[in-house]
Design a binder for this molecule. Structure first.
Ligand SMILES: Nc1ncnc2c1ncn2[C@@H]1O[C@H](COP(=O)(O)OP(=O)(O)OP(=O)(O)O)[C@@H](O)[C@H]1O
Ligand SMILES: [Mg+2]
Length: 160
C-alpha cells in the first residue's frame, strides 16, 4: 500500500478486513505495555495448543521491529510467497498458519525504519490480503507499548 492510498481504496480494504474478521470465530490479541514479559511465548503456545486440538488457527506477528514468532517456531529465514494479490501464510501444520513480517524481508535481521502510516498499512494488509482460509482462532502477537501496531490491531480487530 502506498502513502497515497485513496479513501476509496481504504474503504475497499476495510470491507475486505471486515469480511475476513467476521468469519473468524475467536480473535485474540496478546498485548502488554511492557516488553519482554512473554507475549510472543504465550501467543505461540496458545496457537500450537489450539491447533493441536483440531482447531484451525492463524498466528499473526505484527511486531514489525522485533518479530519473534518465526524464531520461536524454528522458522527463521522463512519466506512468505505472494501469489496474485494474496500473501500465502506458512503452513506450520495442517491446522496452524503463520504470518510474520519476517517472512517478507530479504534478511531476517534487517532493521526496519518505518513510520506509523507504513506500519499501519502493512498490518491492515496482513488482515486484508492473506489467504488465511477459514479460521476458528486468529491469534495476534503485538509488540510492547501503546504505539501504532497495538493500537491499529486493537482498533481494527475489536472496533474500539
Ligand atoms: N513463563 C515464562 N517463564 C520464564 N521465562 C519466560 C516465560 N515466558 C517467556 N519467557 C522468556 O522471556 C523472554 C521474553 O519472552 P517473549 O519474547 O515471549 O516476550 P515478549 O513479551 O514477546 O517480548 P517483546 O516485548 O520483546 O516482544 C524469552 O527469553 C522467553 O523465553
Ligand atoms: Mg514479542
Amino acid at each position: 500500500m502506498s502513502c497515497n492510498t485513496t479513501d476509496h481504496e481504504l474503504e475497499a480494504q476495510d470491507r475486505k478486513i471486515n469480511r475476513f474478521l467476521q468469519n473468524v470465530d475467536h480473535k485474540m490479541v496478546v498485548m502488554s505495555g511492557k516488553g519482554g514479559v512473554g507475549k510472543s511465548t504465550v501467543a505461540t503456545n496458545l496457537a500450537v495448543f489450539l491447533s493441536s486440538q483440531g482447531y484451525q488457527v492463524g498466528l499473526l506477528d505484527v511486531d514489525v521491529h522485533g518479530p519473534s514468532i518465526a524464531g520461536l517456531l524454528g522458522l527463521t529465514g522463512l519466506k512468505l510467497n505472494i501469489i496474485g494479490d494474496q500473501i500465502q501464510p506458512y503452513h506450520y501444520t495442517d491446522n496452524l498458519k503463520v504470518v510474520s513480517i519476517q517472512g517478507l524481508l530479504d534478511q531476517p535481521d534487517t532493521p526496519l525504519i518505518w513510520r506509523g502510516p507504513v506500519k499501519i498499512g502493512i498490518i491492515r494488509q496482513f488482515l486484508a490480503d492473506v489467504n488465511w482460509g477459514p479460521l476458528d482462532f486468529l491469534i495476534i502477537d503485538s509488540p510492547p507499548g501503546t504505539g501504532d501496531e497495538p493500537l491499529t490491531v486493537a482498533q481494527t480487530v475489536s472496533g474500539c
